[in-house]
Design a protein around this ligand. Structure first.
Ligand SMILES: *Cc1c(COP(=O)(O)O)cnc(C)c1O
Length: 310
């Protein structure tokens, strides 16, 4: 958790609650107390929660088939909000009744369909409306952003990333290197955790940036690591990379809707994310892309035209 957060760390909260209840942190009483005190608990009502009996067969001997499942898969696909059906029906109805006229009329004219949600999205990522575009899927956006920001030269040609980046991110970066005719072995600089450790140490990340930054064109990290759950210090990585002349971007697939983000204030150069995980938009939901407004006139646009920066 970042130092910028004034909140109590989750682990400390569990310890404190266990001490108050005079029981082990793993005791059910702790979980029930935390549920009781959860200021967001009423949001549960806004979602459909699968029942155990409707899920693929598992050992049901110890669960009641009519129980709600305990859903830990929001990092893969968020639960369905109950309002989705209503919204979809409104649009299907409009399509049936008006055909192409639906592009321009109604609550959400399709031609500017993305714009009707930009206002909601900007606060989640900490950007202004003109810095974000909602379009495509994450990986397509990542490619488009790299086409804009990864402009290797003989001296500055590497992409710095985590060793266990999400597979499709890894492949996207590999293909961008190949597109520029670069040797992937030499140009893809991956940072691994230390022997016997699971997560990356900030000091190690900063050391690589300090030592090799002059040869790094783009640093691309996840905001929150999909595999380990590590929340990276986005402002610190951004600052260190930019001090060395690198562009610094983040894949926020597991961060958006999950942790606080201030992309504009942190000066992040670019970012992308998807909306079907913690934002519950459903499979195929629009991805997002961010380009900091400082690049309105500096980055040769592969995609700048979709932002309202110029
Ligand atoms: C989920 C996820 C993706 C998925 O990208 P799609 O283009 O939506 O398939 C990419 N990167 C990360 C880090 C993810 O967690």
């Amino acid at each position: 958790v970042m130092e910028t957060s004034p909140l109590e760390l989750p682990a400390d909260r569990v310890q404190r609650t266990a001490a108050e209840l005079n029981c082990h942190p793993a005791d059910e009483k702790v979980a029930l107390r935390l549920d009781e005190e959860d200021g967001l608990r009423h949001f549960r009502e806004y979602f459909y929660i699968p029942k155990m009996k409707d899920l693929p067969p598992i050992d049901l001997s110890f669960v009641n088939k009519d129980d709600d499942a305990i859903y830990f898969l929001g990092h893969s696909l968020g639960l369905q909000p109950k309002m989705v059906k209503t919204y979809l029906e409104e649009e299907l109805d409009k399509w049936a009744k008006m055909g192409a006229y639906g592009h321009d009329v109604g609550k959400r004219p399709w031609i500017v369909g993305d714009e009707s949600i930009v206002g909601l999205m900007k606060d989640l990522v900490g950007a202004s409306e003109k810095e974000i575009a909602l379009m495509n899927a994450l990986t397509v956006n990542l490619h488009l952003l790299l086409l804009s920001f990864f402009k290797p030269t003989p001296k500055r040609y590497k992409i710095l990333l985590e060793a266990k980046a999400f597979p499709s991110d890894h492949y996207a970066m590999e293909s961008q290197l190949q597109l520029h005719g670069l040797d992937v072995e030499k140009s893809m600089r991956m940072i691994k955790p230390r022997e016997g450790e699971e997560i990356l140490r900030m000091e190690d990340i900063l050391e690589v940036i300090e030592k090799e930054g002059d040869s790094i064109a783009v640093i691309l990290f996840s905001g929150l690591q999909f595999y380990t759950g590590q929340l990276f210090n986005i402002p610190a990585i951004t600052k260190a990379g930019q001090a060395k002349g690198c562009f610094v971007g983040f894949d926020l697939a597991h961060a958006v809707g999950n942790v606080e983000l201030h992309l504009h204030d942190w000066g992040v150069d670019f970012a992308c994310w998807c909306s079907y995980k913690y934002l519950n938009s459903g499979a195929g939901g629009l991805g997002g892309a961010f380009v900091h407004e400082k690049h309105a006139y500096t980055v040769k646009p592969a995609i700048l035209h979709v932002f309202k920066l110029q």
